[in-house]
Design a protein around this ligand. Structure first.
Ligand code: HEC
Length: 98
């Protein structure tokens, strides 16, 4: 398959997972809702080579104190493979507009 088609398939799968696992109940694509916007997360970790694996781990284990005092609960239904895909997708978001 052509790389463009692969990218689109990964994007569609990630979007479906985000809605299936309820991520988008707390996260907006751009701005903060309950949790930080996905574009804000991408911006913060843009130059961090450890970010893909670190975010994948935090998606499954939950997180607190990195963005504020609201807790992200752990997500036991998300598999390791899904977490990696979701982390890549979050990190691929463009920077939020100023
Ligand atoms: C109940 C609300 C809630 C749900 C559901 C939720 N999150 Fe979060 N998420 C948060 C909050 C709040 C934070 C900020 C936590 C912190 O300050 O450390 C966060 C942080 C994050 C981060 C940044 C972690 C870091 O290390 O900086 C990522 C990536 C993320 N969430 C992805 C997801 C994905 C993907 C899902 C779905 C599988 C999801 N979240 C579901 C509330 C939520």
């Amino acid at each position: 398959m052509a790389p463009v088609a692969d990218a689109t398939a990964a994007e569609e799968r990630a979007r479906a997972l985000a809605s299936e696992h309820g991520c988008t109940a707390c996260h907006g694509m751009v701005r903060k809702q309950v949790g930080p916007g996905f574009a804000q997360i991408a911006d913060r970790y843009r130059n961090d080579p450890a970010a893909p694996s670190q975010l994948a781990a935090n998606i499954r284990n939950g997180s607190v104190g990195r963005w504020g005092r609201v807790i992200m609960p752990r997500q036991p239904r998300v598999t390791g493979e899904e977490a990696r895909l979701l982390a890549q997708w979050v990190l691929s978001q463009p920077s939020p507009p100023p």
